[in-house]
Design a protein around this ligand. Structure first.
Ligand SMILES: CC(C)(COP(=O)(O)OP(=O)(O)OC[C@H]1O[C@@H](n2cnc3c(N)ncnc32)[C@H](O)[C@@H]1OP(=O)(O)O)[C@@H](O)C(=O)NCCC(=O)NCCS
Length: 209
């Protein structure tokens, strides 16, 4: 069972295809072994499969032939995370990664553009951007420049900076929280979520010390 393939160099300059995938389609794809920013590629593929099968949202993949070299997923945040305290079913968290050999060719932007073609007006979209998840070493960027790159990518989906008390985001000045509230999100859902953002709501998973 080979979920990953290895590529020593990206000599191929032809453009990967951008495709929206459901869980069965994702299961068919190989994963470039460079997709290891968050965990080893095979485990990341398994995690994404789990998320895609169990969560609303969408996932776009950049694929070279049948090998995923980048992905962008919108899915329900983990219940154990701060955002898991939000009880609505319309909250989606963004996460993306492009294999180092395929970076700097506009794939992250292309993935974001593809997802932006879908209708997100019923959803609250968020991205919690924390520097310890970033590949500062390979990109050669400092944390603030890297944050600007992420803001540019996520802005294609309409996400903009929003204040939050979420402890991870607040723990470093380079971290940033980005938000998009869909136009059809109901007023009570909007209020409940913004209260959680600003620490004005009871947060069941994270009671105050
Ligand atoms: C962040 C990441 C997804 C960018 O992927 P990518 O395919 O290289 O990005 P793109 O080529 O689409 O570039 C996006 C924009 O950022 C800029 N950019 C990207 N990498 C850059 C770099 N190293 N230096 C300067 N600018 C950079 C591009 O110029 C582009 O802007 P432009 O369209 O105005 O030119 C990739 O570096 C990655 O996977 N990092 C590890 C995972 C990660 O950080 N995920 C986010 C967690 S919150």
């Amino acid at each position: 069972m080979d979920a990953c393939i290895s590529q020593n160099a990206c000599a191929d300059r032809s453009e990967p295809a951008i495709e929206l995938v459901d869980a069965p389609r994702l299961a068919q794809l190989l994963f470039d072994d460079g997709l290891s920013n968050f965990r080893p590629a095979a485990r990341q593929k398994a995690r994404l499969l789990e998320l895609r099968a169990s969560s609303p949202g969408a996932m776009a993949v950049a694929r070279k032939d049948e090998t995923a070299v980048g992905y962008f997923i919108l899915c329900t945040p983990d219940k154990e995370e701060y955002w898991g305290a939000y009880e609505g079913h319309n909250l989606l968290e963004a996460s993306l990664e492009v294999s180092p050999r395929w970076r700097g060719r506009g794939l992250a932007m292309a993935l974001a553009r593809r997802l932006a073609e879908e209708d997100w007006e019923d959803y609250i979209l968020i991205a919690s951007c924390c520097y310890w998840n970033w590949d500062l070493r390979r990109t050669g960027l400092n944390a603030y420049a890297y944050r600007r790159v992420l803001q540019k990518i996520f802005s294609l989906l309409g996400l903009i900076p929003y204040p939050t008390v979420e402890p991870d985001v607040r723990s470093h000045p380079a971290n940033i929280f980005l938000l998009r509230l869909g136009s059809r999100v109901t007023a009570p859902a909007r209020e409940a979520f913004l209260a959680l953002c600003l620490g004005k709501a009871p947060c069941l998973n994270h009671p105050p010390d």
